[in-house]
Design a protein around this ligand. Sequence first.
Ligand SMILES: [Zn+2]
Ligand SMILES: [Zn+2]
Length: 874
Amino acid sequence: MKILDKSYDPKPVEERWSRFWLEEGLFTPEVPSTKPKFSLVLPPPNVTGSLHMGHALCFTLPDIISRWKRMKGYNVLWLPGTDHASIAVHNVIEQGLKEKGLTRDQLGREEFLKIAWDWKQKYGGIITGQLKKLGCSLDWSRERFTMDEGFSRAVRLVFVSLYREGLIYRDYYLVNRCPRCNTVLSDIEIEHKELQGKLYYIKYPLFEGEGEVVVATTRPETMLGDTAVAVHPDDPRFRGFHGKFLRLPLVGRRIPVITDHRVEKDFGTGAVKVTPAHDPVDFELGKLHGLEQVIVIDGTGKMTEAAGPDFRGLDRFEARRRVVERLREQGSLLKIEDYPHMVGHHDRCKTVIEPHLSWQWFVKMAPLAKEAIRVVEDGTIQFIPANWAKSYFEWMYNIHDWCISRQLWWGHRIPAWYCRSCGEIIVAMETPAHCPKCGGIDLVQDEDVLDTWFSSALWPFGTMGWPEKTVDLEMFYPTDLMGTAFDIIFFWVARMIMMGLKFMGGIPFRQVFINGLVRDFRRRKMSKSEGNIIDPLEMIEKYGTDALRFTMAAMAIPGMDLSLSEERMMGYRAFVNKIWNASRFVLMNLEDAPAAVAENELTLADRWIRSRLAGITADVETALGEYKFYEAAEKIYHFVWHEFCDWYIEMCKPSLQAGNRTTKAVLAGALDHILKLLNPFMPFVTEEIWSHLPGHGRSLVMAPFPQSDPAHLDRHAEEEMSLLQQLVVEARTIRAENKISPQKRVTILLKAPGEKEKAFIPEIRAYFLALANGSEVRVEDRFAPEARLLKGVAGSWEVAIAMEGASDLEAERVRLEKEIKKMEAEIEKLEGRLGKKEFLERAPAAVIAEAKQSLLACRDKKEKLQKSLGNIKA
Ligand SMILES: [Zn+2]
Ligand SMILES: [Zn+2]
């Protein structure tokens, strides 16, 4: 028999089993297979990523499901990979260049991409290694990267197909641009935050004649690009100005006053300046009214030539200061008011977005959204919790076209070429040799790359070899589960659904499990600046992976954020130790345990634990089936710690000493069963212990998940055990309260609520005596009044310990009297304090409340002591 080490050291065990699972290829599914399949392809983490608590949660929960399904006999594929993350990689590389005094433009595209690939080769695998550490049962033999060759082909094919169908188009359009990252962004990458801004009132004089219109704006620097002033047609204040022209201050441009129903009469003065090149509403107005688009700020946030000699080259915020100063000098500035308002920021770098007019590529979303809405509405795809479907619909019904071009180099370059001779746009899979329209060969490829999310949207089928008709696609698509956080329902989930439907002709996944966010124990968001980040790798180092995984599961309540603390992790580390120690005890007692159980030799404890195992297994299966990880974890935790370790093992000890071989068989079976139940949650420690069990298999990864055996359910045994537990707990409480030494054996009296209940006693008598350390137990119809008893209540039963010989009565009497005196002194002190008028008037309310509370507690304690003393004196 192999014996476990005295204490559990997670590190060497985790390293050894991680290696074993991968070397043996245990996470690689069978192809072909007669088993039912279960597949998942989760959103790939960024190559720049390093494991944080969000990942730890997002990956642990699906791993629990995957391991569970594998044990249940499914052919499981969980396909891993990483995302090339254009903006994040640019940030890393460009930061490095900046430190050397270089920019990417100085380097050039080719050189830059070489550095980026080198970087990816060196550091891009960090998160992959960390996921292995977390024990995720991913099939690494199928690992993909969004920029690998096959995937890149898939991306190009999708672009070309959508373009040919008219679902991708190029347009000169006002888009969101991050001047810091130097690229355009899609709407959902913008974070709207309230800023304490100002509202500037500027006077625009009539071009001819007397009079002026005052406009209000939060961005005075854009006035340099104004090409009109708009008023509401029904606003009587401006009736005289319709069709007139104004002179734009600082610039001198002649601009019309236009009327439009969209102008908000209540904003500012009711007249608004119109800057079609720098504001989305103005952009639309400009198109409708045929206004000129004057670009005064470029994509990097600097003022252009068109801003005029006084301002060109200035940063946009410096320009604002200068414009206001000049307006004031000229007497054109009427007033400035404080004005809090919402401003869009780039969600990654927090820079204020600049609306920017430029040629970009777009995906027409409404036609794609239609089918994607239907499959969620009719339940083909199910959100868990269900209320997330509402957010999904809201977004899908109001979907805008998606700007997919990015002014970056790292990524999938747009497969579009421009003919310099005739202006033709050629969109193709391969670089065209000549222009199909004019035959010219002076072709130049679009400089931009695709939004990273464009390729992520193809992940569920692109990873399985699409557009080839592969065995993997046939066997594993659609996948069964998508797990992610709510903040990327639109980035990922929605777009994956649209693209899956479009190109595979079917949904990419059946269920979408949305997990909460991981917060600190005060429910605050974890952030570097708050210093409240809990690092999963540090937790693994300190408490082991199993403790971290179990914490995640135990806290994962659907629809709720997790408030995480290190204490929880410590608690589950103690749980791991408890399992280890209990297993160690069991393994030391399994010598010559028979393989089969002799049913007629089962003790009450044996029958009870088998019944409870059947119950708990059914509970765990139900909870996991509904993604109620917390419920499954909680039930197992309680069962293993309290029922198996605290009760069953204790109750086994006399049988084991007596050499009861049936108990040995039940004990061995129960441990095997428990290790299997726990394995999806704690794969390492369970695998290690299991490998010490007699007759263990190759690995728990492939072991069958235990079944709930209805033949083992035994209500009678559970009722008896429940009574036994209540009686033992009460007897132990009485002993503790009366300071009876645990070694002291006492006479215990029980009063049953009725005849039926009395029948339980013969079967539980031996256990009761052992567990409550009684010399004898007597069941009486009523306790004799003259008997000197320490009494207590257990449910509808009464429990009493005879005092003779239970404790040193005289010493106890002295102790109690001393304690009572102490309480009396304390009560007097508190009453005195609370009786003083000035204390009640001057002391803070909290102090008074505390004193009152203490007084009540002291009185209560005194009463209890007196009762105990009365018992003795009787
Ligand atoms: Zn940015
Ligand atoms: Zn041409």
